[in-house]
Design a protein around this ligand. Structure first.
Ligand SMILES: [Zn+2]
Length: 210
């Protein structure tokens, strides 16, 4: 199965592919020539329409995965899943909005079915997922409390330090730790979904619906 992955760094994309393959129970192939590399949220949301068009018209990709960090933005809630419940301050809701708008604009192509999409929100950053199983204090509910100005045990900076040993890892270091963490995580997917029910849970549920 050919699946394109759009995220905030190439290390994250490698880790996400390991997790994706565990959810799917099979190997996937990437799209070698994705025209736009995305770095950071503003870039992901901006290139997403172009990526969807490119994949549909120019490749035989069957699916697209998009995972972004929430940083300090609104955390996705199950109430956003209700009809008219989408919150446009929530990045997952914004991604869903763009995907639903753009996919309805794609013209049918003979022999091509509609591209499958799975969207996830790492709260507050994908390093929080990487720490699942090693630090039980790191979870979506804790971060939601922090957004309400409560004191919690971690910040975005300490998450990076805990995963990489430094706040500013080189890409090589990031790749090594991210892929190692993902290989551990695939044994803890139900715990990951329990601790990150909205941001990771949405991604896992989308993949199961493919
Ligand atoms: Zn939302």
């Amino acid at each position: 199965m050919k699946v394109a992955i759009l995220s905030e760094s190439s290390a994250d994309e490698s880790a996400i592919r390991i997790i994706l393959e565990a959810l799917l129970g099979r190997e996937t192939e990437g799209i070698a020539s994705l025209p736009l590399r995305s770095r950071g949220w503003p870039s992901v949301i901006r290139v997403l329409p172009t990526v969807l068009k490119y994949l549909h018209y120019r490749t035989d990709a069957e699916a697209l995965v998009v995972i972004v960090d929430s940083d300090d933005s609104t955390v996705h809630q199950s109430s956003h899943d209700e009809e008219n419940g989408a919150d446009m301050l929530c990045r997952l809701c914004q991604l869903r909005n763009v995907v639903s708008l753009e996919t309805t604009r794609l013209r049918p192509v003979a022999g091509r079915s509609q591209i499958k999409v799975a969207l996830g929100l790492a709260v507050p950053a994908i390093e929080a997922w990487y720490l699942c199983g090693s630090d039980p204090h790191v979870n979506e509910a804790a971060w939601a409390r922090r957004l309400q100005q409560e004191q919690i045990t971690y910040t975005r900076r300490t998450l990076k330090e805990d995963v990489y040993g430094t706040e500013r890892p080189t890409i090589e270091l990031e790749m090594k730790h991210a892929t190692n963490a993902a290989r551990q995580l695939i044994n803890e997917l139900s715990l990951l979904e329990q601790l990150f029910p909205n941001g990771f849970g949405s991604f896992a549920r989308d993949v199961r619906d493919w």
